[in-house]
Design a binder for this molecule. Sequence first.
Ligand code: DGT
Ligand code: CA
Ligand code: CA
Length: 578
Amino acid sequence: MAKLIHNTEIAAMFDQLADLLEIEGANRFRVRAYRNAAREIANLPRQAADMAAAGEDLAALPAIGDDLAGKIAEIAASGRLKLLDEVTRRTPAGLSEIVALPGIGPKRAKILHDKLGVKSIADLAARIKAGSLQGLAGFGARTVAKMLQEIEARSSTARRFKLHDAESQAEPLCAHLASLPGVERAIIAGSYRRRKETVGDIDILVTCAAKHAAEVTRSFTSYLEVERVAASGPTRSTVILRGGLQADLRVVPPASHGAALHYFTGSKDHNIAIRAMAVKDGLKVNEYGAFLGAKQIAGRREEDIYRLFGMDYIEPELRENGGEIEAAKSGRLPKLVTVADIRGDLHAHTSASDGTLTIAEMAEVARRKGYDYLAITDHSKRVSVAHGLDEKRLNAQIDEIDKLQERFGRFRILKSCEVDILSDGKLDITDDTLKRLDFVYGAVHYNFELPREKQTERIIRAMDNRHFSILAHPTGRIINRRPPYDIDMERIVAAARQRGCAIEINAHPDRLDMNDVHARMAKEAGVKIAIGTDAHSAEGLEMMRYGIDQARRGWLEAKDVINTRAWPELRKLLKRTP
Ligand code: DGT
Ligand code: CA
Ligand code: CA
């Protein structure tokens, strides 16, 4: 089964090629052509690989000529680019990693290599600590400090994969195993099933009779996407997939299915707590089953493990040993929110700022999804790179939505704006325009480095504006790329509660911000939560389920999430505390 190459992957390959060519001192027009192509591909509303497969002429795209169209087709068909492989081979080892560090770029990478002979990221970190970069042109103290911070952040997160990225490899692999003869079920367990925002590896559990195990294992280790087989035995194997994601396979007989699924779903802390409870009852629970002495008394079905201890079934998202066991014993588990509860999306961009579709196009996609409403939340003017709206353009957009609304009948286009929170806590749009909106999203997009106290005050000041409704992606983190900015979440939550503001769980798989811990904190404080996709395209609107995953990990029920309500009720909920 060939894997569809995503536009972001094609763009990344072209960007990398441009970087490496630049280090080599290649013609700058050639370098720029690859960079332009990367940007063009990254912003395409459709998958270039699909277009190539459908025989469409990619050379008709603005930044793409015949040569580049050929290269895109090559990547789409094979997942590789011969030229990139060649250039990578002749680039000094380690340099290609260094150049990919944010803020370094080809010019600085070349200096590091030529002047200091830096060979790897680890080497670079050591040189920075030893002070070898002091006085090197182009490497000010601030730049160097940032580089070190980035390297250290990476080494602690580099081995984890975003859930969304893992999914695109894990699901086809799991479906492949499920289709094999004799296989009863194939399920991805581990942190993946608990829907953690990042996974260290994926853990696949295959249930089949023992006689089929060898064939399942062989099929797993020879799967198309496998780069390397790390271990292979009769019931457990480990492979490394292309791109570095590790997949563990366990093959179990039907009689142990439930116990193994429970064990490999984890978390480890949850398992340990269950096992300790079993020991108190004189039982033993492990991945093979639940046992009284040598006799297996449960383990075929996962629910039975919980039932054995008089507990309600615990959803995987709650299995972090965060009080779920006590709640399950006393019948106090939350009834977790689901995708089906969601009535509309509260966070979406259009081509007026940095989105790809018009208001009408986005609204049409949302309506076809069965939603009752979609909020249009383009950026405000401070975010000039995203072509943010000033008062004049926002007022025109409000008028345009009022007109469009007539065409959409019962489906409602909500008038909103993702207004920038300025450094001093003022909002980027004046009140007489804000008051025309159905509600106002506030967001921080710059000055991330303010100290905790100041950053917290800045956001609370913004909430003081009586038009402020929802705080967007409250910590600004971009998973594996940008750490959260420093804020006192407890104070923010308390301030939101006092003022009747809501806080967002941003469903974008790179953000998932609030995280599970903050979402639960907000719920417990009685703060309303909005789940928005931050969609910049039709595809973006499909990311809602990741926001739901995060909400579930935060113990949220439908009643805790404001966009599970129809518009009349939502409108009331958005009213602030007077
Ligand atoms: P990850 O891969 O780091 O995102 O997190 P998990 O939870 O998927 O962890 P992983 O892949 O190391 O192991 C899968 C599951 O196996 C884990 O969630 C619980 C179970 N497990 C692993 N090691 C232990 C252990 O030492 N004791 C117990 N009770 N369970 C374990
Ligand atoms: Ca795992
Ligand atoms: Ca594992």
